[in-house]
Design a protein around this ligand. Structure first.
Ligand code: FAD
Length: 429
């Protein structure tokens, strides 16, 4: 199943040129300490700098060590389930939320194109294959809600038409096709943001873990493994890696590990036989399957919600599970080897929306529920404007309750139960 040169790193990092980061001493003072060097932290720091402030970024790992270099790279202009939003928040609020997702999507693409970020942004489109008739109906209803804000081509495909997109598939009864929606290489996007931050002379301190933050009126003292920094404010952009010292917020995030795989290099014709349009696909199950080809069309990348694993150590069981899912979608790939396997962490909130939160002198922007490329950049920049009191209006993400979750569900021992529960819910729908 594994190729002889199997690597336990993200395929998206392959060939990505990271900018050089000087190791320098931590400054004693800064305007804002940004904790986390993923999309959120970098977008926040860039916006702070643009507005004339003096931010410092610290990360406990190397820059981009978190999920921003490990994701699937699908830019989703809408939340995962609009119907759930309707049920939780009612029609008016759900509509406002959907508009924010669409705004974040457009903003992300505008930022990438206007700054000339080279991150394999493609327009191959996205498919949402539906696992049941009811799920397909939901997709149609959802689109009525989304189309008020998103002006993009859409088609609904029955099983026969889906055959043209994924020949020979047996898992789905139809799909929603958005032929113009975009995807990218998340690690390349991260490298572009990081390079931009370095060019703007924003200090990035790698391997610098925040241990504690003390709050006094008008300032914070950020204690790290490499010294202390006094700042006017701090922003935690730590998403699924939120832990100590942010324990109060960490109690509101369910941080789960997923395992992703990428095949060995295949002839482009092999991939186009299986996915002729080379589109990114995310199906409708709660334990959803997401897959797409790499930009050069030579490998397939696949991840599954609830696939489990322990962050940072790729287990043989999780890889086997991933391989089984791959073969269930593409039986013709039997015998093809897996060359990359890696883990990534997702932060799930009780209401499935991100939150901007403020407590103990620290601002927080996190909880993307698996859709944080565009939203992380959008909310990071927004948080920067809010911190500098530029008059930016509060977003709904600041105003809704940020409730606690059942943290014990994070324990590896509960992962099989979570998978069974997701399968049960999908069987019901
Ligand atoms: C399997 C998977 C697939 C995904 N696919 C997609 C997708 O297709 N499309 C999409 O839009 N989104 C996707 N996502 C989600 C998206 O990748 C994340 O929401 C996004 O990367 C979050 O970025 P971030 O900057 O907020 O956090 P991260 O990139 O995770 O960065 C957080 C950083 O905080 C640092 N940190 C934490 N605690 C401390 C501390 N105490 N001191 C110092 N540093 C600290 C960590 O080291 C880490 O580097 C996916 C997620 C997963 C898990």
């Amino acid at each position: 199943m594994l190729s002889a040169d199997f690597k336990s790193t993200s395929i998206w990092l392959k060939g990505v040129a990271r900018p050089h980061i000087d190791t320098r001493p931590l400054p004693e003072k800064a305007d804002v300490v940004v904790v986390g060097s993923g999309y959120t932290g970098l977008a926040a720091a860039l916006e702070l700098k643009r507005l004339g402030a003096n931010p410092v970024i610290v990360d406990s790992g190397t820059a981009g060590w978190g999920t921003s270099t490990r994701n699937t790279g699908v830019l989703m202009p809408f939340p995962f389930s609009c119907r759930r939003f309707m049920a939780l928040f009612g029609a008016a609020l759900a509509d406002e939320l959907i508009k924010l997702y669409v705004d974040a999507y457009h903003d992300c693409i505008d930022t990438i194109t206007s700054r000339g970020y080279e991150c394999d942004l493609d327009r191959r489109g996205q498919l949402r294959p539906a696992h049941s008739r009811a799920a397909l109906d939901d997709l149609e209803q959802e689109y009525d809600m989304i189309s008020r804000h998103l002006d993009t081509e859409v088609r609904f495909l029955g099983r026969d038409e889906l055959e043209e997109e994924i020949p020979g598939q047996r898992l789905w009864v139809g799909a929603r096709l958005n032929p113009r929606l975009q995807s990218l290489n998340g690690a390349k996007l991260h490298a572009c943001l990081l390079r931009h931050a370095v060019e703007q002379d924003i200090p990035v301190h790698e391997n610098t873990r925040v241990l504690d933050i003390e709050h006094a009126t008008g300032s914070v003292l950020v204690r790290t493994t490499r010294g202390d920094v006094t700042a006017d404010q701090a922003l935690a952009a730590t998403n699924a890696h939120t832990g100590k010292p942010f324990t109060d917020v960490s109690a509101r995030l369910l941080c789960l590990t997923a395992t992703l795989i990428a095949t060995e290099r295949l002839e482009p014709s092999v991939i186009t036989r299986m996915l002729p349009q080379l589109r990114a696909c995310v199906d409708t199950r709660k334990g959803f399957i997401a897959f797409r080809p790499t930009a050069d069309g030579t490998r397939l990348v696949l991840g599954k919600a609830g696939s489990g694993g322990v962050f940072g150590s790729v287990s043989a069981t999780a890889l086997r599970r991933g391989y089984r899912v791959l073969l269930s979608v593409f039986p013709a790939l039997r015998g093809v080897k897996i060359e990359y396997g890696w883990t990534a962490r997702v932060a799930v909130t009780a209401d499935n929306i991100p939150h901007l939160h403020s407590a103990g002198g620290v601002n927080y922007t996190l909880g993307y529920n698996g859709w944080g490329i565009a939203m992380g950049m959008y909310l990071g920049a927004h948080a920067a404007r809010r911190m500098l009191a530029t008059g930016a209006e509060p977003l709904i993400f600041e105003e809704t309750g940020f409730n606690r979750v059942n943290k014990w569900l994070e324990r590896p021992v509960f992962q099989p139960a979570i998978r069974t529960w997701l399968r049960f819910l999908d069987a019901l729908h």
